[in-house]
Design a protein around this ligand. Structure first.
Ligand code: GLU
Length: 415
């Protein structure tokens, strides 16, 4: 992942001729926090966990980005994901920098009580490295509003009581009763579909009746499918860790969502669908592919088989640089992750703002604001790609790099 994000960065920096000094700053991370912390398990034993928070750059504002709970979390993963966040927030025009982190665990192996203690102790270990104007975590893979509520409570409870209410927005993606934003749950999936709508408008494509396939049926995959179906598009295949299901006549996203809720979070066993081999997923005959799970899914090994006309990156880094080259040569459009999945962090921005202002936005306002921000980012991406005669990912990177470069040029480098 790290290699991938650095290749993308270097290519964009060459394309827009990024200042040498700023290039050096952005090629490294500002700080990398690695913590080891003990937690008491339900049986009374003690386990020590590893947690990370990488803060890449904060030229535009506090570090911002998710925390994931996954066995593959390590400092390299956190570093790559933190760097992606810097580009994402810069492109979306938000007043944030980029950060990312997590704990190296498989959360399925722990009870609710253990997860709560792991979360609280991790928050405590991060100490003053996070804060509403310092670094603001959010949900990511395997983390959710409940986990955010525990972080907010732990962080604010360990500060002076008089500042308690000023500290709750140390995280976004909280439950509604704890200052959460109406619509934050669907913000990423909604944003994926907003980007697809802007693409369709640009290309003169009618989305009604178009077929699509989704990899990953968690929060992003489900909500993206929900909003695509609202537009009259047809979901024909879904893949997750338990396998791949297919039905040419269409798969009902709502029924599948209910099934997943009742079957340990997996799509396996969903009725009226055909089970197909996992390796066939990316060569399915459909119009739009939405990878909404893990990174490095489309590579040199399977890019030549892709039949879709558009790939909308719901996940971070689902296409590697070699895979992307093949797709671009074949004329397949790609909505890059830093644009396509920016609905989540844009929702987070409105949550942070509503907490700061002690306001409450209604869901229609939230979705409209996300749609508008993504529309602006889409337009800037396309214009930049045209200006530099390059692909959309590089175009999007150039917009982000130009914004950060301007800040450094205006403010200079201390001292
Ligand atoms: N984890 C999400 C992302 O990768 C959201 C981050 C946020 O809301 O801060 O963009």
């Amino acid at each position: 992942m790290y290699e991938n994000v650095m290749k993308q960065f270097n290519h964009a920096a060459d394309t827009m001729n990024l200042d040498k000094g700023i290039r050096k700053i952005l090629a490294s991370t500002n700080s990398e926090i690695s913590v080891h912390f003990p937690v008491k398990m339900d049986d009374g034993s003690i386990e020590v966990f590893n947690g990370y928070r990488v803060q890449h750059n904060n030229a535009l504002g506090p570090y911002k980005g998710g925390l994931r709970f996954h066995p593959a979390v390590d400092i390299d993963t956190a570093r790559a994901l933190a760097i992606w966040m810097t580009w994402k927030t810069a492109l979306a025009g938000l007043p944030f920098g980029g950060g990312k982190g997590g704990v190296t665990i498989d959360p399925k192996k722990y009870s609710m009580g253990e997860l709560e203690r792991i979360t609280r102790r991790f928050t405590y270990a991060l100490g003053e490295n996070i804060g509403p104007d310092v670094d603001i975590p959010a949900p990511d893979v395997n983390t959710n509003p409940q986990i955010m509520a525990w972080i907010a409570d732990t962080f604010s409870s360990t500060k002076s009581p008089s500042t308690r209410m000023l500290n709750l927005h140390v995280v976004t993606g909280k439950p509604i009763g704890s200052g959460g934003l109406k619509g934050r749950d669907r913000a990423t999936g909604y944003g994926v579909v907003s980007s697809i709508k802007y693409w369709a408008k640009l290309k003169g494509v009618n989305l009604q009746g178009k077929t699509f396939a989704v990899q990953g049926f968690g929060n992003v995959g489900y909500w993206a499918s929900h909003f695509m179906m609202e537009l009259g598009a047809k979901l024909i295949a879904v893949q997750d860790a338990s396998g791949t299901i297919f039905n040419e006549e269409g798969i009902d996203a709502e029924a599948l969502h209910n099934h997943v809720g009742n079957h340990n979070g997996v799509i396996k066993g969903f009725p009226d669908t055909q089970k197909i081999d996992n390796s066939e997923f990316y060569s399915i005959n459909c119009d739009i592919l939405i990878p909404a799970a893990l990174s490095n899914q489309i590579t040199i090994d399977n890019a030549a088989g892709v039949k879709a006309m558009l790939i909308a990156e719901g996940a971070n880094g689902p296409i590697d640089t070699e895979g992307e080259k093949i797709l671009l040569e074949r004329g397949i459009d790609i909505l890059p992750d830093i644009l396509c999945n920016a609905g989540g962090v844009t929702g987070s921005y409105y949550e942070w703002l509503q907490n700061k202002r002690s306001e409450n936005y209604n869901i229609d306002t939230v979705l409209k604001m996300i749609d508008e921000k993504l529309g602006e980012a889409f337009e800037k991406t396309v214009n930049s790609a045209n200006k530099y005669n390059t692909d959309w990912r590089t175009g999007a990177y150039c917009v982000a790099l130009e914004r950060i470069q301007q800040t450094y040029k205006e403010r200079g480098v201390f001292p």
